[in-house]
Design a protein around this ligand. Structure first.
Ligand code: GTP
Ligand code: MG
Length: 314
């Protein structure tokens, strides 16, 4: 792909999260520099020479004093994009798995005003050779993230993305680990950002750095938590209703048996109490989470303000 003519283009910055990538970061920075105005490396507390190598290759290095996780590095990258006045910010991995040649294709929909965020999808590029176990794991995480966020993407975990200035303003993320990409999908939906996906190349030459199962389970659990926090009534309210239904059934059976035999069926009575208690707990959890959610979103404080206004008028 040809290099972008930078003379009349908006300010494009690349930010690269980096944790102990001294073997690759230099060449990633050098290649990325050809396509953008500035390359920033977010050194996430590396204990090797990543920061020095990145600097020597021409990057500005922003350092975390200690390792904080991929998500924290992404938040710092977005922050750097805002601080440096990026009109387009590209984020790609520092381990050489992404190809900086894809940058022009990645930023195109933003430059044309067609998208606020562009996801580089590994699964739209047929030539990519992705190990089977990774494809299966990614498929599970895609489905979980797509269904729970309501935003459909072909590659929910892609680390190669481009952001417009508007997207940078709206995206504030709290996940510190690998689940940050899934959290972003929730945030995209909630902020109503326009998304485009473009095919990107990906290279799987090295062994996976961490256990794919552990990684998958961790992201999956965080997706469940993100969904629960947004829909507490579905997650806790539905089982609570089912528990009450079962509790009621046992209750009626207990009464039935008592009226027929004049004896208390203690097993049925105990089941009635247990299921009704579980239902009550579920409802309590749902209401608590819903209240917290409204407080966080400021809805409750708006209600308090309205009541206060009304009282002061009277
Ligand atoms: N694993 C990890 N990567 C980090 C961290 N902070 C920043 N990174 C960088 O984030 C990018 C993505 O991390 P990777 O470990 O390569 O994630 P991945 O590509 O999903 O996993 P692999 O297929 O094993 O490479 C790399 O450029 C890392 O250097 C961190 O705390 N842990
Ligand atoms: Mg990688």
């Amino acid at each position: 792909m040809e290099e972008v003519n930078r003379s009349r283009s908006p300010r494009v910055i690349v930010a690269i999260p980096c944790f102990n990538e001294e073997r690759f970061i230099g060449s990633v920075v050098a290649k990325a520099k050809r396509y953008v105005d500035r390359v920033v490396v977010i050194d996430d507390g590396s204990t090797d020479d990543s920061a020095e190598v990145a600097e020597a290759a021409g990057a500005t290095v922003y350092r975390h004093p200690k390792n904080q996780g991929y998500g924290a590095a992404i938040s710092s990258a977005l922050e750097q994009g805002r601080t440096l006045g990026a009109e387009v910010l590209v984020i790609l991995d520092g381990d050489g798995q992404h190809d900086p040649k894809d940058i022009p294709r990645l930023i195109q929909p933003i430059l044309e005003g067609k998208a606020d965020i562009v996801i580089g999808s590994r699964f739209l590029e047929k030539a990519n050779r992705i190990p089977l176990y990774r494809r299966i794991g990614q498929r599970v995480l895609n489905t979980a993230t797509n269904v729970s966020s309501g935003q459909k993407l072909t590659d929910s975990q892609s680390g190669c993305r481009a952001y417009s200035a508007a997207a940078l303003e709206k995206l504030k993320l709290s996940e510190r680990g690998m689940a940050v990409s899934s959290q972003m999908q929730f945030a995209i939906k909630e902020a109503g950002l326009r998304v485009a996906e473009v095919p990107i190349a990906v290279l799987y030459a090295e062994k996976a750095k961490r256990s794919p199962v552990g990684h998958g389970v961790n992201v999956f659990t965080r997706v469940l938590v993100l969904f629960t926090l947004r829909h507490p009534m579905v997650i806790f309210g539905t089982p609570a209703l089912i528990c009450w239904g079962i509790g009621l059934w046992f209750g009626f059976r207990t009464l039935d048996i008592y009226s027929d035999t004049n004896k208390l069926a203690s097993g049925h009575a105990l089941a009635t109490i247990l299921f009704c208690l579980a239902g009550l707990l579920g409802l309590f959890a749902a209401l608590m989470l819903q209240a917290m959610r409204e407080l966080i979103r400021g809805e409750a404080s708006d209600i308090v303000k309205q009541i206060y206004k009304k009282i002061s008028r009277e």
